[in-house]
Design a protein around this ligand. Sequence first.
Ligand SMILES: [Cu+2]
Length: 114
Amino acid sequence: MIKLLIIFFAAVTIPLQAFAHTQLASSTPQDEATLTDAPKEIILNFNNDIRLTKVTLTRVGTKSTKLKLDKKGQFQTNYIFVLDDMSSGDYLIEWRGLGEDGHAMKGQFTFRVK
Ligand SMILES: [Cu+2]
């Protein structure tokens, strides 16, 4: 029975994902990564084009910093933000934007610099 349920779920969820909202597909650093060296850049790869409107970097316990976005705000799938030197600590990246399907989307991920 469990096997049948799993097959059913796979059949139902896989086609839906193909038409899902614009979401973060992967990032550098990866979510929950622990790094020995501070990253030089943040890379966001989305599953569809998105026009990001705000991306912030927060060292937990301190104020957020806005990462600079191109003012033209084109729709694109991949974004790269070059960072200043970072100290060790826990970091939170938060993004929001307009997906190509017209939906406002947002998300976040964290990483740690040792
Ligand atoms: Cu959508």
